[in-house]
Write a protein that binds this ligand. Structure first.
Ligand code: UT7
Length: 313
């Protein structure tokens, strides 16, 4: 069995920051409502020239640098995104061209907010079966282009950005386990359906919230059980950043104080597939996450899809 480990992380955030106060000018909302209900203070929004591919490539370059590798070393590119630049070719292929990697598999994964965890799972299995020793797993989103900026119930929630990791073959794990799920019976609760609403995000927030809290609680148990680990052995929770209250509920389930939870939702909003790698990169670069720490990564999103990864960093 070939194990794999994260050996580099990177990110890219658009320069333009949109505060809650700016949104107060656009829709019938208040900074107070957004802070209290979501924990969000601001979000980054892509400029005209920024794309899912350009941000993904930047984050990937940073992750390769951190791992001490070059694009030549890459054996596969997996891009998790809900906002591909075109219907086809895949945005992963654009990233491959921008990076100038050798010919290798490159494809997009669509599992909405859980996409990065899905990508990590695919990459670790590719490495485990001898497909190659170095994989880029990227999450990149320009959600601002599928947000209805006149709908206050959704436009305050989302942001743009990209995060990336390099996964490399190792003798010791690394990735201890990954867990993926989907249940299509709930597809209508969180969707972009061109024929229904003109290709904008539509969400039954309340119902999604309840499902997210319950489901993430269950997947935490599943992940610990699979590794015969006690919740107190987890050093860091690196959650999907949709809502501070959902994150806090999962932290309580793990009996983790909030100082042991990586929170970026206040600065980034919900960046869907980019949110977990963006949070991971932040806590690695500011020195909170140290070699040997046990990390619980989890995500929940449209589909519904959900997933987790337990990692010894
Ligand atoms: O990333 C994928 C997964 N996504 C999630 O996990 C998101 C899950 N859902 C949520 O985070 C929360 O449900 C929201 C933040 C979206 C909404 O919070 P909530 O506490 O569930 O509020 P609500 O939808 O029940 O709305 C409460 C009130 C409503 O007014 P009435 O009907 O009580 O008079 C809304 O119309 O808040 C109103 N409202 C707003 N008010 C000011 C909704 N959006 C806004 C707004 N500003 N932006």
């Amino acid at each position: 069995m070939i194990h794999s480990a994260i050996t580099g992380t990177g990110s890219c955030l658009p320069e333009r920051v949109v505060t809650n106060q700016e949104l107060e000018e656009m829709v019938d909302t208040t900074d107070e409502w957004i802070r209290e209900r979501t924990g969000i203070l601001q979000r980054h929004i892509a400029g005209e020239k920024e794309t899912t591919a350009s941000m993904g490539a930047k984050a990937a370059r940073e992750a390769l640098d951190a791992a001490g590798l070059a694009p030549d070393d890459v054996d596969m590119i997996v891009l998790a995104t809900t906002t591909p630049d075109r219907i086809f070719p895949s945005t992963a292929c654009h990233i491959q061209r921008e990076l100038g990697t050798p010919v290798c598999p490159a494809f997009d994964v669509q599992a909405v907010c859980s996409g990065f965890i899905y990508g990590l799972d695919i990459a670790r299995r590719f490495i485990a079966t001898g497909g190659g020793g170095t994989v880029l797993v990227i999450g990149s989103e320009v959600l601002s282009r599928i947000v209805d900026w006149s709908d206050r119930s959704t436009c305050v929630l989302f942001g743009d950005g990209a995060g990336a990791v390099v996964l490399q073959a190792r003798d010791e794990p690394g990735i201890l386990s990954t867990h993926l799920h989907a249940d299509g019976r709930y597809d209508h609760l969180l969707q972009v359906s061109p024929e229904v609403n003109g290709a904008f995000i539509e969400m039954k927030g309340n119902e999604v919230f309840r499902m997210a809290v319950n489901t993430l609680g269950r997947i935490v148990d599943e992940t610990l059980e699979a590794n015969q680990m006690d919740r107190h052995e987890v050093d860091w929770l690196v959650p999907h950043q949709a809502n501070h209250r959902i994150i806090a509920a999962t932290a309580r389930k793990l009996d983790l104080p909030m100082e042991r939870v990586v929170v970026t939702v206040d600065q980034h909003g919900n960046t869907s597939a980019a949110s977990v790698p963006l949070a991971l990169n932040q806590a690695v670069r500011d020195g909170r996450i140290q070699s040997g720490d046990v990390l619980m990564l989890e995500a929940f999103g449209g589909g519904f899809t959900w997933g987790s990864a337990l990692i010894r960093y």
